[in-house]
Design a protein around this ligand. Structure first.
Ligand code: MSP
Length: 651
């Protein structure tokens, strides 16, 4: 990030997270982006920048409409519920956002319509017919060449459908050269820089005009009235990206428009194309300045595996924060993964960071200072003689501290934290090397006082610079040293490399109690899968006679398989979404993988036991059972001889 030499308070810092889809609740990926953005916002406020931090939810589109339908809910009510959960989580996490935007907000919709009209009037939007392969899940059209096996989405692997519809198009192709010029003139417009090269290669290969409206569903922002084409709603990505402007009042009251352009849009690498190509092109069309930086982070996995709902291994940020402490979790996420790279969540890695970095290096240092300053100086430390005895250590600390801001501005947050730990190591070594107890024994009280001053000064510097990542913890550390983390103290200690003249050290309870073993229970999915088939076999034995009324207690229905995928790591199981009509979509885990591929099952009909109590297989909830006949030659599904209406009862 460009780093202006002055930190005057007139500098603007508009920081954004992506707005999160409301088809799912928050997981570690969402928490990661939000926490990085929060840390940047806290930092910007601390150094006196006029900061505006935006987050929110992305609520339109077919995906959301379908998610609501699958749960039998009205779309707006469903969006309200999930959006409310995101907001409640960020509030519980103390995320310091200035605005939480929802794309269903009236002002947002007005702002998007205003922008659409502007682009339309300019001639950047025209009407035509679109035919292409569309992935509902990613809300994206893909050229055939990019599809997997000519059918499946290259991003999420789900089947695409051919959509032919009248559409309005944005003249993206007209912006190719100007985009390339922008990337060229602003080497750090996309961070990390390696990602910028990927984007440049993509744009150089040629841009097609972008379809920016849909007629196949209704859950979206309608076109401006003046265009008079009511069957069209806006493409969700146009709607969603515009949030960064509408949140400031674009197209309505302009209240915060002085914050534009954004200092940084934080995003995950999967949505880089939308932010680094479409978004600047839209802005160019609107004749608005472009964001300073688009920073794309990597992907979180769990114990080395991709996280997914079907695997049941999604990391729930609230669970982790409750189990290990919110700020420890914040530190872990930001320290563990090089920004831009993929990272793995494991409880072991988190525990190691807490015990080692936080407990040993930081917590123990504070405890040592509390102990020795209390014992020798009743907690009152003067730091005027630190330079006389420990200039080398002070220099080493300052060398690290001056490297920090540029690292933060380049989004190298893991390196920022790594560098911040060097002064702690200098301090811990200084205690071991100069031994305050020996100094005191030898009557070298002045040196012992200076040593205490050195340690307190290092801890004060570290507390200030760690504040954005661990705000409460560092406030407690500052409290224990008798100072406050303020802009004034930031300027004194960090900017001007000054000293706090005195410290009054007070004992506080240990900040990082040692953790011996994992607090959260890991799922032992493989064990469950071994057991599951055995149970079924037992059931097949010893068939007893039943009456017709008993038979009718079983609800059998014709269902249509609308989604099918493999259950990872399982040799036997497939995960099916079976539509029973009227919005009743069942998730069914079925042991038929040896005989049927997911592709072969898609859009075919099955006979489903619809009133089985839900059970879990490999940690995945199964809400029904497909009927099949099996002998030594294999297994075949029981299906209607001719297609029947989805949901038809079988008797
Ligand atoms: N609604 C769009 C964003 C629109 S912004 C104008 C969207 N939403 S999302 O909820 O699907 O994803 C939000 C963010 O979460 C993205 O930045 C995405 O990269 C991030 N993550 C989702 N899963 C992730 C991991 N497993 N790991 C890290 N981040 C990931 O996309």
């Amino acid at each position: 990030m460009q780093h202006s030499p002055d930190n005057s308070s007139c500098r603007k810092a508009y920081i954004t997270t992506p707005i999160y889809y409301v088809n799912d609740v928050a997981h570690i990926g969402h928490a990661y982006t939000t926490v990085i953005a929060d840390a940047l916002a806290i930092y910007s406020r601390m150094v006196g920048h006029d900061t505006f931090f935006l987050t929110g939810t992305d609520e339109h589109g077919q995906k959301i409409e379908e998610a609501a339908k699958a749960r039998g809910k009205e779309t707006q009510a469903y969006a309200d519920e999930i959006s409310g959960k995101f907001k409640a989580l960020w509030d519980e996490f103390g995320i310091s956002y200035d605005k939480f935007i929802r794309t269903t907000d009236t002002e947002h919709k007005q702002g998007v319509q205003f922008a659409f009209q502007k682009m339309f009037d300019k001639g950047d939007i025209y009407k035509d017919v679109y035919k292409g392969h569309y992935c509902i899940s990613c809300e994206t059209f893909f050229p055939k060449i990019q599809l997997v096996d000519d059918e499946f989405c290259p991003e999420c692997g789900k089947p695409t459908s051919i959509v032919e519809e009248e559409s309005y198009f944005f003249r993206l192709s007209d912006y190719q050269d100007r985009l390339l010029q922008w990337y060229h003139d602003n080497p750090d417009c996309i961070l990390p820089r390696s990602k910028r090269n990927e984007v440049i290669r993509f744009v150089e290969s040629g841009l097609e005009d972008l379809s920016v409206t849909r007629t196949s569903f209704d859950w979206g922002v309608h076109l401006p009235e003046a265009i008079n084409d009511p069957k069209h709603v806006m493409y969700v990505w146009l709607d969603a990206l515009m949030n960064y402007l509408t949140a400031l009042g674009y197209g309505t009251d302009n209240t915060h428009m002085d914050q534009w352009p954004a200092r940084v849009h934080l995003i995950g690498k999967d949505i880089l194309r939308f932010h680094a190509i479409y978004w600047p092109a839209f802005l160019m069309s609107l004749e608005m300045p472009l964001p300073k930086h688009i920073a794309a982070h990597g992907w979180w996995t769990r114990n080395g595996e991709k996280m997914s709902k079907s695997k049941g291994n999604v990391v729930n940020p609230k669970e982790v924060a409750d189990a290990y402490g919110l700020e420890n979790f914040r530190y872990f996420m930001l320290r563990e993964v090089p920004f831009g790279g993929d990272g793995d969540f494991s409880q072991r890695a988190l525990i190691d960071r807490i015990n080692s970095d936080l407990g040993n290096d930081l917590g123990n240092l504070l405890n040592r200072l509390i102990g020795m300053s209390g014992k020798y100086f009743e907690g009152r430390i003067e730091s005027d003689l630190v330079g006389k005895y420990y200039q080398a250590e002070l220099n080493a600390m300052r060398e690290s501290i001056t490297k920090l801001e540029p690292l933060l501005f380049e989004m190298q947050i893991h390196r920022y934290l790594e560098e911040l730990w060097r002064p702690l190591s200098v301090a811990n070594k200084a205690i071991d090397q100069y031994q305050p107890w020996t100094l005191m024994k030898e009557g070298r009280e002045e040196e012992a006082m200076a040593l205490n001053g050195l340690i307190a000064t290092i801890l004060a510097n570290v507390a200030v610079m760690l504040h954005p990542v661990m705000p409460k913890t560092t406030t407690a550390i500052a409290g224990a040293l008798g100072f406050e983390i303020t802009q004034e103290n930031y300027e004194k200690l960090i900017q001007k490399a000054g000293m706090l003249a005195t410290f009054t050290v007070e004992k506080i309870p240990p900040l990082f109690p040692r953790i011996e073993e994992a607090v959260l229970v890991e799922k032992t999915e493989e064990k469950k899968i071994e057991k599951a088939p055995a149970k079924t076999e037992e059931k097949e034995e010893g068939v007893a006679m039943i009456g017709i009324d008993q038979f009718f207690q079983t609800s059998l229905k014709i269902g249509t398989v609308i989604q099918a995928e493999e259950v990872p790591k399982s040799k036997k199981l497939l995960l099916l979404q079976v539509d029973l009509g009227d919005g009743d979509v069942r998730q069914v885990v079925s042991g038929i993988k040896e005989w049927y591929s997911p592709e072969a099952l898609l859009d075919t009909q099955v006979c489903l036991v619809a009133n089985l109590k839900p059970a879990k297989l490999m940690g995945i909830k199964s809400e029904g059972m497909v009927l099949a006949a099996k002998d030594k030659e294999g297994l075949v599904l029981m299906r209607p001889e001719k297609p029947k209406k989805t949901g038809t009862a079988v008797s």
